[in-house]
Structure formats: C-alpha cells, structure tokens
Design a protein around this ligand. Structure first.
Ligand SMILES: [Zn+2]
Length: 357
C-alpha cells in the first residue's frame, strides 16, 4: 500500500502521544492479523498458495484508497478463510491484545462476526469460546483490559444472527459485553432487519452499537438510530447534517471514528478533510480507533498522531476523546473497573500540562 506522507508533528507532542494511555473501542479481529502468523496458519492449513511473507502482507492490506467499502471488505476474505478453527482464533486474539499493548492501550474492545467462522465444522459456541480464551490470555500476558463485541453480518440471515446473539450473550460473564451489526451497507442498508438479534442482545445486557455511514451518507446514520444504540461505529457523515448532530448530542450517542479507514473506504477525500475535529467541537461524543491494524497498515499511536496532524486536534482535545472512550466502554457490568481505569488516566494527565483544556 502506498503510504501518505506524514506531515511533521511537534516532537514533544509525538512523545506525549507515545506515552499516553489509550482506549480503543473499534477494532476488528479479522482485519488485524500479523502477516507472519497469517502465513504460518495458511501453510499449516494448505491455504498459502505459495505466498511468502511479503505476498501475505499485500494480501492482508487493502489498497489506499479503495474504490468503495466493498473493495475494503474484500481484504477480509483470506483472514476469514484462515480463522476456521479454535486454535487459530485463540492465537490471533491473544496476539492482537499483545499488539495493542505496544500502543500503550490499557483498554480495548475487539469485535468479530462469529457466524463467519463456522465453515469447517466449528460450532458458534466453540468459536466464541476460542476468542474469549485468546482475549483472556492476552490480557493476562499484558495487563490490557479486553472486552469483546459480537458482530451480526448485514448480509447474513437475520434468524441465524438471532441464534448467534443468543449464543454470544451466554459469554457476557466472560468478557463478551457488546453487540454490533456490520458488513456491506450498499447491499443490505437496513440494520432493523436484525431487530430480533439486537433485542436478544440488549435484553441479555450486552451494549449496543451499529456500523453506519461507510456508504449512503447521513441517511445511514439516521437509520442506525432506529436500533437505539449507545454507540455507532463510524457515522462520520453525520457532520454534514446539523439535525443529526443534534440528535446524537441529545441522545448521547458516541461515534467511534476511524479516519484512516474512512479515507481508505473513500468516504472522505483525505485525513485533513475528516470531520473528527468538527464533530468533537460541535459537541458530538466521539472516540478514535484504527478499525483494522493490518488491512489499513496502521497503529493506534499513528492514528493519534494523524488526529493532531493533519486533522488539527489539540493534545487536550485528543485526550478528551481518549478518556471519553472509557466513559462509554462496554463495561456496564463492571463499573468499579471503569472507575479504576479512569483514575489511572486522570493520574497520567495530572502531570501533563499539554493535556489541560
Ligand atoms: Zn468497523
């Protein structure tokens, strides 16, 4: 992938961002495989088609930019093919927690679509248990607090995804605390098709989020509100619609934004044009994430740098977003842990004049 040339950033701010404790809410497991691991998994499963490490890295990384969301999602096909057994799912989840730890991330939510990992005989329950086990061991190895979000896929059968929701809800006590709907928006624009799955998830106590606005503009974000989510994954086109921004403020719905991913999906023209700062300054609750570490060849540290330059946030604004992620994290059954994490962040900020508003 061609890397955009990064503009210069003040070394003191770069150092502060590197040290800053971080919380990431919008991160896809299957978009974040280590190329070396993917190659090993592919060879063991005879799916490598003679690829070497460089070829694997290319296969896992989407073009920058893609023509649309559908092309971006094509980069997930190989990872999904590789993740059809418990060993692979557990390993890549563990490694992803290790990888986010290198960004100084203290809290992460990892999401994936359990229904995509049952092609070779794994049951939904076994697949979810494998991801749960990987997240737990990754947390034990790194100290990062990890929670999981089960994703219903827009293009799958709503009845099947209702069954998935019921199975996922059984893992609430094991750290699976959220429910989402994602996938090709142009093909299946209406998330209310999954109303039954969302109702099961909500009644069981899972936090509710929906992907919206990677296609179809602000109208898609309005549609997502019909699900009554507490958070929306993306939703950047809301910045074009003052009435929608007012709704998000009034309802307190947070947008979990991923600028690089949005540029890659061609929904904004450049990082500098991304509405992250505009939304934040308009009072819309927002957080900042990578979406996909490998598909976008990105780290959270680099995305935080982008938020300052070229997007134009001050360090204090960036910090407000980072801290807000903890406030809206799917820790609804563990408020003491949320309070402890917030206290740790506040202790860090107390010694950093650049983070004062
Ligand atoms: Zn996403």
């Amino acid at each position: 992938m061609e890397q955009p040339v990064a503009p210069p950033i003040d070394p003191a701010i770069r150092d502060l961002i590197a040290r800053m404790p971080k919380a990431e809410l919008h991160l896809h497991l299957d978009g974040s495989l280590r190329p070396a691991t993917a190659l090993q998994l592919a060879r063991q499963r005879r799916l490598d088609r003679g690829m070497d490490r460089a070829a694997m890295r290319r296969a896992l990384t989407a073009p920058m930019p893609c023509v649309d969301q559908a092309q971006l999602l094509a980069a997930f096909e190989l990872p999904i093919a590789l993740l059809q057994d418990a060993e692979a799912l557990e390993r890549v989840t563990h490694e992803l927690v290790e990888d986010v730890a290198t960004d100084g991330t203290r809290y992460v939510e990892i999401r994936w679509a359990p229904s995509l990992h049952v092609r070779r005989g794994l049951s939904l329950r076994e697949g979810i248990a494998a991801v749960v086990a990987g997240a737990r061991s990754g947390s034990q190895a790194t100290g990062v607090v990890a929670r999981l979000i089960a994703v219903a896929l827009r293009t799958l059968d709503p009845d099947d995804e209702a069954v998935m929701a019921r199975t996922a809800a059984d893992f609430l006590g094991d750290g699976l605390t959220g429910f989402d709907c994602a996938g090709r928006e142009a093909e299946a624009p209406d998330p209310t098709r999954f109303a039954a799955a969302f109702a099961i998830a909500r009644d069981a106590g899972l936090g509710i989020t929906v992907h919206a606005g990677e296609w179809g503009g602000a109208a898609q974000v309005w549609r997502a509100l019909d699900i009554e989510p507490t958070r929306i994954a993306h939703g950047a086109p809301a910045a074009d619609d003052p009435a929608l921004m007012a709704q998000l403020r009034t309802r307190g719905v947070t947008l979990d934004l991923c600028p690089t991913s949005n540029v890659q999906a061609s929904i904004v023209g450049s990082l500098a044009a991304h509405p992250l700062a505009r939304l934040h300054r308009a009072g819309v609750p927002v957080t900042l994430s990578t979406d996909d570490r490998t598909v976008s060849d990105l780290t959270l540290t680099r995305e935080y740098e982008h938020a300052v330059e070229p997007i134009g946030l001050s360090p204090a604004e960036l910090w407000a977003m980072d801290r807000h992620a903890l406030e809206v994290a799917f820790l609804q059954h563990d408020e003491q842990l949320r309070a402890d994490l917030l206290a740790g962040f506040d202790t860090f900020a107390a010694d950093e004049p650049l983070l004062r508003p």
